[in-house]
Design a protein around this ligand. Structure first.
Ligand code: FAD
Ligand code: NAP
Length: 321
């Protein structure tokens, strides 16, 4: 039998939304408990330079997240290395079941589980995942020193990954299905100026090519979306950077979602359809998906949770015990 932890406020997730909620909730004397999940620090730990976090002209993503964790901890937020496998929101106190066997009982919950990389869904992509196919240039770029690499996608992530990978690769081919990038103009300029990067417009990935034993990528087969013609491009690494989907597994059957799975919150609020359950960050945000907006929503969620608990104090749940 695992142990039981009681808290007035449980924060699930350790990205900018979760840690900011932790700072505010701790300063509101709520003694919050924050469960980090399998990616402590969240998505920013998978990137290098962050240039749009106010106050830092340039900061390394992992460093920023270590600082956020230290900040939340210093304010009094208890940070726990665990992963929530199931959530019972049918009655208060809410129950969250940790992978390590702990059951968390909480009067209020802030969901800040963020988003995860999307995959194309090709059998060959799956077959070579970890053997040349990756969704994280920061994690795996180093393995491709002096090699040719392709990057799939046309958003900020794809362009940043392509630029970063030129630190290692002899050549990077960015493959995009249209002839217009979603990436910010400043990134597009850097891309155009980088002599190691070639962009292949109007193409999609059909198949990752490689040998079976040991598994190793040798190239990709791409298709021209206008003509249907295919061609092969030799490469040793394939970085899929086609966006992120909200990590809504814990709540997708109990909370309303929209726009591909993002949790719906009330206008100008982080309140969900269940009183006492708040959602912040990329889990709810199909529009901006930035560190600073996630942090802002984490702040809102903590303030709203504090008001909710204050209004309920002495009436229901753990606060009454
Ligand atoms: P995330 O950062 O996604 O964190 C989610 C957290 O939830 C993780 O800690 C995870 O472990 C936890 N979690 C998930 N499921 C569970 C569970 N079941 N139990 C417990 N914990 C769980 N934005 C910018 O503003 N500037 C940038 O330069 C920038 N660069 C980026 C580069 C890359 C490569 C990527 C992928 C994104 C970038 N972004 C950038 C976007 C930014 O990282 C996100 O908007 C932001 O991290 C979202 O914060 P979040 O707190 O909502 O969630
Ligand atoms: P994104 O903006 O959603 O872009 C995804 C890209 O992948 C698009 O170009 C899309 O093509 C392409 N794509 C999607 N599905 C595809 C498929 N099945 N086959 C081929 N291509 C496909 O995702 P993102 O780049 O990961 O960015 C996510 C969020 O994080 C954004 O809000 C972004 O601003 C933020 N972010 C910010 C920074 C920064 O501020 N420096 C860095 C990274 C990420 P189409 O264009 O044709 O739809």
């Amino acid at each position: 039998m695992g142990d039981t932890r009681e808290t007035r406020l449980l924060i699930i997730g350790s990205g900018p939304a979760g840690y900011t909620a932790g700072v505010y909730a701790a300063r509101a004397m709520l003694n919050p408990v924050l469960v980090q999940g399998i990616e402590p620090g969240g998505q920013l730990t998978t990137t290098t330079e962050v240039e749009n976090w106010p106050g830092d002209t340039e900061v390394q993503g992992p460093d920023l997240m270590v600082r956020m964790e230290a900040h939340a901890s210093a304010m009094g937020c208890e940070i726990i290395a665990d992963y929530i496998t199931r959530l019972d929101l049918t009655e208060r106190p809410f129950k969250a079941f940790g992978d390590g066997g702990t059951t968390y009982l909480a009067d209020a919950v802030i969901l800040a589980t963020g988003a995860r990389a999307k995959w194309l869904g090709l059998p060959s992509e799956d077959k070579f995942k970890g053997f040349g196919v990756s969704a994280c240039a920061t994690c795996d770029g180093f393995f491709y020193r002096g090699q040719e690499i392709v990057v799939i996608g046309g958003g900020n992530t794809a362009v940043e990954e392509a630029l970063f990978l030129t630190n290692f690769a002899s050549k990077v081919t960015l493959i995009h299905r249209r002839d217009t990038l979603r990436a910010e103009k400043i990134l597009q300029d850097r891309l155009a100026k980088n002599p190691k990067i070639e962009t292949l417009w109007f193409h999609e990935l059909d198949e990752v090519l490689g040998q079976d034993a040991p598994p190793q990528v040798e190239g990709v087969r791409v298709r021209d979306v206008r003509t249907g013609e295919t061609k092969d491009i030799p490469c040793k690494g394939v970085f899929v950077a086609i966006g992120h989907a909200p990590a809504n597994e814990l709540v997708k059957d109990v909370l309303e979602t929209h726009m591909g799975g993002y949790v719906v919150t009330k206008p100008d609020s982080t309140e969900t359809s269940i009183p006492g359950v708040f959602a912040a960050g990329d889990l709810t945000d199909h529009k901006y998906r930035q560190a600073v907006t996630s942090a802002g929503m984490g702040c809102m969620a903590a303030l709203e949770a504090e008001r909710f608990l204050a209004a309920e104090e002495g009436q229901t749940g753990l606060a009454a015990q």
